[in-house]
Write a protein that binds this ligand. Structure first.
Ligand SMILES: [Zn+2]
Length: 196
């Protein structure tokens, strides 16, 4: 699997583009801003997005969804639980074509993804697991975790979600919604919000 990180917009949101080696199909995770820059990257690499997957519905993760979907006609997945977030924190009406399936698994662009519900930052926050990688959205950051003071946030829920992540067997590369990448093992040892 090849992963490209584009850090976009005023909030420095990490947008990730995932693809199987040598495949022209890709997935876009959290295109928060700068649709033009994302589309230019796809064009340069001759990539066709099969879907956009959202870790949650906050404006800084969804801002470029409508423009990319209009341009490429790709599907857009979000957790049903984030559809009730107030418009002031979602950049208006959320654009999506599918909610994540109850099975918790998606096969897209030749990749298998496990959709792990990790509520707390928002009610519908998810972590996306594929291979040895976790796309952790705003649930887990390097040395920190997402805020829970916005509407729909819950400290009790994120604490429980972080416990779930810490208990995953083995190590993972962790790609968060903001900031540097990390590993689950480093977080287990150093992140004060894990293992409490
Ligand atoms: Zn957020």
């Amino acid at each position: 699997m090849e992963i490209t990180t584009l850090t976009l917009g005023d909030y420095m949101t990490n947008c990730y583009i995932l693809r199987q080696e040598a495949s022209s199909k890709c997935l876009i995770i959290d295109p928060g801003y700068e649709a033009g820059r994302i589309l230019a990257f796809l064009q340069e690499k001759h990539l066709e997005p099969e879907a956009i997957l959202l870790t949650h519905g906050h404006f800084d993760h969804v801002g470029a969804v409508g423009d990319i979907a209009a341009e490429t006609d790709c599907d857009v997945y979000i957790s049903a639980a984030d559809l009730s977030l107030p418009p002031m924190i979602t950049n208006g009406k959320l654009f999506y074509t599918h909610t994540y399936p109850a099975s918790g698994t998606l096969n897209l662009a030749g990749l298998t993804l496990r959709i792990l519900p990790t509520p707390g930052h928002t009610p519908g926050s998810v972590c996306l697991l594929t291979g040895d990688t976790i796309l952790s959205g705003d649930t887990l950051f390097r040395g920190s975790c997402g805020r829970t003071d916005l509407p729909g946030g819950s400290w009790e829920q994120i604490a429980s979600s972080l416990k779930t992540l810490a208990a995953l067997p083995g190590d993972y590369r962790v790609l968060p919604g903001h900031g540097e990448e990390t590993t689950l093992e480093w977080e287990r040892k150093h992140n004060p919000y894990l293992g409490q």
